[in-house]
Ligand binder design. Structure first.
Ligand code: KG4
Ligand code: ZN
Length: 344
C-alpha cells in the first residue's frame, strides 16, 4: 500500500510516498529556513506564504522523482496538528483537494505520532531491510516545538508519560545558540561547537524534577537562564569559551533526557525497545550517552534512532508511515472533514 504524506506544520513543506508504512519511495522537503534566520526563529506568516508557493509543485516533483502516477497512490495522509495553524491549514486544504480530485481516502495524522513512527522507516535503496520495531516501546520524541516521553503500548495506543513544563529541548538548543551568536537552528550549530569543547568546563544545572507529579516531565528554561548568566560573566567570549559553553550545555540537556528515559524504563521494565525521535534525536551526544548508559547497566535492550537524519527532523515520510499503522489500530480516519482533529 502506497501512502502519499503531506507535512506542513512548521517551516518545512514536505511530501513523501511510503510503501507499507516503512519503505520510503520518495521524501522531498522544501524549507523556508533561510528566510527565518534573521529573526532567530520561525515567523508563521512567512512560513505559510512559502507553503502556498511550493506545495503543489512539490507534490508533482515527488511523484515524478519516484516514477509514480496517481493510480499508484492508495491514500493521502496529512498532518493535522500540533503546529502553526496557518501552516497546517495549507497542508490540510491541499490534501483535502487532492483526495477529492483523485478520489483517495484522506487520513489525519498527529505530528508527534509521525515522529514516533520515524523509527519504522528505511530508504528505498537499503539492501538489508531493518527489523520491525517490537512493541511495547519507550519513545523520547524531542524537537523544537515538542518534547515527550511516550510509552507506545501497541500501534497508535500511546501513553504520554511526560512532557516539558517550559521549553522543549530543541527550543533550548535554539535559544542558547542565539545567546552564543551561533544562529538558527541551534541544534546542529551547538553540537558542532561542542565537538571542540569540554563538557565539564561548566557545571550547568540539571532539572530532574524528582517529585511524583513531574517524575517524567522536563524543564530546560533554568538551564537556558544559567547559560545566559554565565555568558554575561565574560567581557568577551573566546572561540574556546563558546565551544566549552556549547559542550557543557549539550551535556546537561542530554544527561537529563537520558536520566528521564532510564527512570521511565526502570518503571516499565516490560518494554522491548527504547527509541529516540524528533529533530534533537539527530544529536550524536544524546545517542552516545543513551548507549553508554545501557552498557553501564549491562542492558542489551534494542535501542533505535531514525536511520536517516532527514527522518529525525520534520518530514512527510513519517506522516505516511504513521498513517499506515493506523489501519491495524482501527483508528484509520477516512475523509475526516475540515475539523483539524488529531489521532493522539
Ligand atoms: O522535528 P523538528 O524538525 O521540528 C519540530 O517539530 O520542532 O526539530 C527541529 C529542532 C530544532 O530545535 C533544532 O535545533 C533541533 O531540532 N535539532 C537538534 C539537532 N538537529 C536539529 N538539536 C540538537 N542536536 C542536533 N544535532
Ligand atoms: Zn516535529
Amino acid at each position: 500500500m502506497n501512502i502519499l504524506g503531506i507535512e506542513s506544520s512548521c517551516d518545512e513543506t514536505a511530501i513523501a510516498v511510503v510503501k507499507d508504512g516503512r519503505k520510503v519511495l520518495v521524501n522531498t522537503i522544501a524549507s523556508s529556513l533561510k528566510q527565518h534566520q534573521d529573526f532567530g526563529g520561525v515567523v508563521p506568516e512567512i512560513a505559510a506564504r512559502e507553503h502556498v508557493k511550493v506545495i503543489i509543485p512539490l507534490v508533482k516533483k515527488s511523484l515524478e522523482d519516484a516514477n509514480l502516477v496517481w493510480n499508484d497512490v492508495d491514500a493521502i495522509a496529512v498532518t493535522v496538528g500540533p503546529g502553526l495553524v496557518g501552516s497546517l491549514i495549507i497542508g490540510y486544504s491541499t490534501a483535502h483537494v487532492l483526495a477529492e480530485v483523485f478520489q483517495k481516502p484522506l487520513i489525519a495524522v498527529n505530528h508527534i505520532a509521525g515522529h514516533i513512527y520515524s523509527n519504522w522507516l528505511y530508504p528505498v535503496d537499503m539492501q538489508e531491510i531493518p527489523s520491525q520495531p517490537e512493541l511495547p516501546c519507550l519513545v523520547l520524541t524531542v524537537s523544537g516545538g515538542h518534547n515527550e516521553l511516550v510509552l507506545l503500548n501497541d500501534d497508535h495506543d500511546f501513553t504520554v508519560l511526560g512532557e516539558t513544563i517550559d521549553d522543549a529541548a530543541g527550543e533550548a538548543f535554539d535559544k542558547v545558540s542565539r545567546i552564543l551568536g551561533l544562529g538558527f537552528p541551534g541544534g546542529p550549530a551547538i553540537s558542532k561547537k561542542a565537538e571542540q569543547g569540554n563538557p565539564d568546563a561548566f557545571d550547568f544545572p540539571r532539572a530532574l524534577l524528582k517529585g511524583k507529579e513531574h517524575r517524567y516531565d522536563f524543564s530546560f528554561s533554568g538551564l537556558k537562564t544559567a547559560v545566559l548568566y554565565k555568558v554575561k560573566e565574560f567581557e568577551e567570549l573566546s572561540e574556546q569559551d563558546v565551544c566549552d559553553i556549547a559542550a557543557s550545555f549539550q551535556e546537561a540537556v542530554c544527561d537529563v533526557m537520558v536520566k528521564k528515559l532510564m527512570r521511565a524504563f526502570d518503571d516499565n521494565p516490560h518494554v522491548k525497545e527504547i527509541h529516540l525521535a524528533g529533530g534533537v534525536s539527530a544529536n550524536q551526544r544524546l545517542r552516545e550517552l543513551l548507549v553508554s548508559e545501557l552498557q553501564k547497566r549491562n542492558l542489551t535492550i534494542a535501542c533505535r534512532h531514525p536511520l536517516n537524519i532527514r527522518y529525525c527532523t520534520d518530514n512527510a515520510a513519517m506522516i505516511a508511515g504513521a498513517a499506515y499503522f493506523m489501519k491495524d489500530a482501527g483508528v484509520f480516519k477516512v475523509n475526516p472533514g475540515l475539523g483539524l482533529e488529531s489521532s493522539m
